[in-house]
Design a protein around this ligand. Structure first.
Ligand SMILES: Nc1ncnc2c1ncn2[C@@H]1O[C@H](COP(=O)(O)OP(=O)(O)O)[C@@H](O)[C@H]1O
Ligand SMILES: Cc1ncc(COP(=O)(O)O)c(N)n1
Length: 284
């Protein structure tokens, strides 16, 4: 039976795969991605790259999964179940990035292939704890970004990858062009950290010259843990549902605006954006 956009009994839903790290606090990483996939009506799968020791106060350590085990997770799910879209998050090391890139080529995943690849170039947690070896930045630039259908850097990641500093909305275009020069088909620059701006206006730019602003209100909350993962996962889910890239990014922006508006405090530090706004039918 062919997949359809709303899963029902006995009907295979569309599928999405996240290749990312586990967040023990449940707010970001694989946990955020799987919640978002569910909320967007796709069957979520995961290839775990690292297990982080993390709560609302930060990341106190992580254990990297061997690159071959990451590769094998991707292979077994895509060759059996199949993935309609793939997302990467925390990749931890150059060895894992190279294994993921090779596996994407082998399985037809990426900008030059059939299955779209969304690359969230995660370098550090919002608390500033490193999630990527310094020596792996070159692999993100040279190996990962050229294969991306879409990449979704935040302003810190733009600076790390390109050296471009964004301090006002007018700088976003220059930042996008610098990222596009590294080879992705599309870039979505996330402006959540542009504190000087009273709104959150992200910018989507394509290698074909497309420029699209994604405006949204800035909500007065500090609880935005997992926001970047959630946005990229919602875009990935929409791509898996067969939407075109621009439409999928618009869906992602609508999803994250609702998730940030519903964000909640948790623990003694920073709480997560919420997937609860999509849950309307709790079974009791
Ligand atoms: N306070 C906020 N109010 C509304 N949207 C926000 C807020 N903070 C971030 N966002 C949005 O959440 C998404 C993630 O952005 P950002 O925080 O920049 O990424 P990251 O989580 O990767 O650091 C973007 O769409 C951004 O515009
Ligand atoms: C496993 C994992 N992946 C990604 C993030 C980034 O999320 P944030 O920037 O909200 O800390 C994280 N903290 N942990």
């Amino acid at each position: 039976m062919s997949p359809r956009s709303t899963p029902g009994p006995g009907v295979t839903p569309r599928t999405a795969l996240t290749i990312a790290g586990s967040d023990s606090g449940g707010g970001a990483g694989v946990q955020a991605d799987l919640k978002t996939f569910l909320a967007c009506g796709v069957h979520g799968m995961s290839a775990i790259t690292a297990v982080t020791v993390q709560n609302s106060l930060g990341v106190s350590g992580f254990h990297e999964i061997p690159a071959e085990t990451v590769r094998d997770q991707v292979r077994v799910v895509t060759t059996d179940i199949g993935a309609n879209a793939v997302k990467t998050g925390m990749l931890a090391s150059a060895g894992i990035i190279e294994a993921v890139a090779g596996t994407c080529d082998e399985l037809g995943i990426g900008r030059a292939a059939e299955i779209p690849l969304v690359v969230d170039p995660v370098a550090a947690s919002m608390h500033g704890d490193s999630l990527l070896a310094d020596s792996a930045l070159g692999a993100v630039r040279e190996v990962l970004l050229p294969r991306a259908t879409l990449t979704t850097p935040n302003l810190d990641e733009v600076r790390l990858l390109t050296g471009v500093e964004v301090t006002r909305r007018a700088d976003l275009r220059k930042a996008a062009e610098a990222v596009l020069a590294l080879g992705p088909r599309w870039v979505l620059i996330k402006a959540g950290h542009l504190a000087a701006d009273s709104d959150c206006v992200d910018l989507l730019v394509g290698a074909g010259g497309e420029v699209i602003e994604l405006p949204g209100p800035r909500h007065p909350t500090e609880h935005t843990h997992g926001g970047g993962d959630t946005l990229a996962a919602a875009v990935t889910a929409a791509l898996a549902q067969g939407r075109d890239l621009v439409d999928a990014v618009r869906v992602g922006k609508r999803y994250i605006m609702r998730a940030v508006a519903a964000a909640y405090p948790l623990g003694g530090g920073v709480g997560p954006v919420s997937a609860f706004w999509r849950v309307s039918d709790v079974p009791w």
